[in-house]
Design a protein around this ligand. Structure first.
Ligand code: ADP
Length: 448
C-alpha cells in the first residue's frame, strides 16, 4: 500500500480523498493555487504545496508543478478527483513515466472512452446496447443525408471529442440537417480542435441512468447498480438518486451484468461509469466516464462501500474488497448539488461566507469544503456543497432532504438551495416521474 498520496484537486472532492487516506493510514499531500491558500483542503491535508497562480491552466492543470510536488514530498501516487486531470491520458502517461501511480484507469482506457466514436464502437462490440446511428464518423453532408434516411428524424449530430454538451446539435427534420451538421462541426473544431461528428437517433423522453462499475485491472469487475441523474440543467446534473425510481431489481441485475462484463473484458482498472439514456424499457449507451463521479456518494450510501478507498486499493494492486453477490442496495439515497449561484439565472456568486452551518443527524452526509469566514474564489466551479441523504425508502429520503436543507445555513452568498425547496413541492419529483427535459421545462415555467 502507498504511504503518501498527492491529491491533484481542490474543494469537496479533495477533502473526500484526504478523508479516505486518513482512514487508511496514508499521508496526504494537498496542492493549491495562490487563490486557494486558505482553502479547507490545504488545512486538512498532512502537507500542502502551492503549485501556481489562480488560473487552473497554471496550477491544477500544470503537469510539471504537480509532478514536482510529488517529488518534493515523496508522494507515490496521485488521486485526480473529478474534472481537472482526471480524464487526461497525456497526464497519466507523464505520471507513469516518472515512476508514480495514477489512481484511475490506464491511459489507453481513458483515450478509448474519451473519443466517443471509439467508445461507442467498443461498447457495441462488447454487447452494450447503443443509440442507433451512423457507424462511426460522418465526413460529409451526402453521408449525413443517407444516415438520416436510414435512422429517421429527429436526430442529433454529436462531436466525437465532445463534452459538457458542446458540439451537439438537434435536427428535427431533414431540412434542418445541413445547418445542424455544419454548426456541430464548426463548434467541435473550435472547442476541441477536432471537427469529426457522428449521428444518433434523438430520444424524446429518456431518463439518464448510469451504471457504476469497478474493475480490478486483471479481468475481474463488479457493478454497483445505477444512479438516476435525469434532473439536469444545460446537461449538468442537479439532483441524483439511487436506486432509480424507474428501474427494478431484475433490470438492474441485467444491465449491471452487461456493464460489468464489458469492463472486465477490456481489463479495466478502477472506478468507471457507463452512462445510458433509458426510454421505453430500453438502454442506450451514450458515454463512459473513466473516473470517480461527483454523484458517487449516493452509490456509497445504498451499498455501504467506500469507493475512494476501493480506488486506492485497486491502484495499489490489491483485489476488489467486495464480490458481486455481496453488493445489495439498501434503502434510497438522494444528492443535491448546492452551487454558489444566484437564481433564477444561476449567475455565479463567489465571495465571503460569513456563517456556515452544515446539517446533520441520521442519514445525512454533507460533503463541503466551506467554513465560516471563507471567501469562495471566482476562478473555479461554483459547486460549494453536496448534501446527500439516505433513508429506508424514497419518501423517507425526500423528507430527510427537506429537513436537512432547512438546517443548512450559508450566509453571505446566494445559493441554489431555494431551487431544491421548490423541487420538493413538485408532484412529478415526489413521484420520481421525470425525463431529462423535465427540469428545463420547469425552470421555464417557474421562477424558483
Ligand atoms: P457530453 O459528453 O457533451 O455531456 P453526452 O453524450 O453525455 O455528451 O450527452 C449529454 C446529454 O445530451 C445527455 O445527458 C442527454 O441529455 C443529451 N443527449 C445525448 N445524446 C442524445 C440522444 N441521442 N437523444 C437525446 N438526447 C441526447
Amino acid at each position: 500500500m502507498f504511504s503518501k498520496i498527492l491529491i491533484a484537486n481542490r474543494g469537496e472532492i479533495a477533502l473526500r480523498v484526504i478523508r479516505a487516506c486518513r482512514e487508511m493510514g496514508i499521508a496526504s499531500v494537498a496542492v493549491h493555487s495562490t487563490a486557494d491558500s486558505d482553502a479547507m483542503h490545504v488545512r486538512m491535508a498532512d502537507e500542502a504545496i502551492c503549485i501556481g497562480p489562480p488560473a487552473a491552466t497554471d496550477s491544477y492543470l500544470n503537469f510539471p508543478a504537480i509532478i514536482s510536488a510529488c517529488e518534493i514530498t515523496g508522494a507515490e501516487a496521485i488521486h485526480p478527483g473529478y474534472g481537472f486531470l482526471s480524464e487526461n491520458a497525456a497526464f497519466v502517461q507523464v505520471v507513469e513515466d516518472h515512476g508514480l501511480t495514477f489512481i484511475g484507469p490506464s491511459a489507453e482506457h481513458i483515450r478509448m472512452m474519451g473519443d466517443k466514436i471509439t467508445a461507442k464502437d467498443t461498447m457495441k462490440a462488447l454487447g452494450v446496447p447503443c443509440v442507433p446511428g451512423s457507424d462511426g464518423g460522418v465526413p460529409d453532408m451526402e453521408t449525413a443525408r443517407q444516415v438520416g434516411n436510414d435512422i429517421g428524424f429527429p436526430l442529433i449530430v454529436k462531436a466525437t471529442a465532445g463534452g459538457g454538451g458542446r458540439g451537439m446539435k438537434l435536427a428535427r427534420t431533414a431540412d434542418e440537417l445541413e445547418t445542424a451538421f455544419r454548426t456541430a462541426r464548426a463548434e467541435a473544431k473550435a472547442a476541441f480542435g477536432n471537427a469529426e461528428v457522428y449521428l444518433e437517433k434523438y430520444l424524446g423522453k429518456p431518463r439518464h441512468i448510469e451504471i457504476q462499475v469497478f474493475g480490478d485491472g486483471k479481468g475481474g469487475a463488479v457493478h454497483l447498480g445505477e444512479r438516476d441523474c435525469s434532473l439536469q440543467r444545460r446537461h449538468q446534473k442537479v439532483l441524483e438518486e439511487a436506486p432509480s425510481p424507474a428501474i427494478d431489481a431484475e433490470t438492474r441485475a441485467r444491465i449491471g451484468q452487461v456493464c460489468a462484463e464489458a469492463v472486465a473484458r477490456i481489463g479495466y482498472s478502477g472506478a468507471g461509469t457507463i452512462e445510458f439514456l433509458y426510454e421505453d424499457g430500453e438502454f442506450y449507451f451514450i458515454e463512459m466516464n473513466t473516473r470517480l463521479q461527483v454523484e458517487h456518494p449516493v452509490t456509497e450510501a445504498v451499498f455501504g462501500v467506500d469507493l475512494v478507498r476501493e480506488q486506492i486499493r485497486v491502484a495499489a494492486g490489491l483485489p476488489l474488497s467486495f464480490a458481486q453477490a455481496e453488493l445489495v442496495p439498501q434503502g434510497h439515497s438522494i444528492e443535491v448539488r448546492i452551487n454558489a449561484e444566484k437564481l433564477p439565472r444561476f449567475t455565479p456568486c463567489p465571495g465571503l461566507v460569513n456563517t456556515f452551518h452544515a446539517p446533520g443527524g441520521l442519514g445525512v452526509r454533507m460533503d463541503s469544503a466551506l467554513y465560516g469566514g471563507y471567501t469562495i474564489p471566482p476562478y473555479y466551479d461554483s459547486l460549494i456543497a453536496k448534501l446527500i441523504v439516505h433513508g429506508r425508502d424514497r419518501p423517507e429520503a425526500l423528507a430527510r432532504l427537506r429537513r436537512a436543507l432547512g438546517e443548512l445555513i450559508v450566509d453571505g452568498v446566494d445559493t441554489t438551495v431555494p431551487l431544491f425547496f421548490a423541487l420538493l413541492e413538485q408532484d412529478d419529483v415526489l413521484r420520481g416521474d421525470y425525463t431529462i427535459h423535465w427540469l428545463e421545462r420547469f425552470l421555464e415555467s417557474a421562477d424558483p
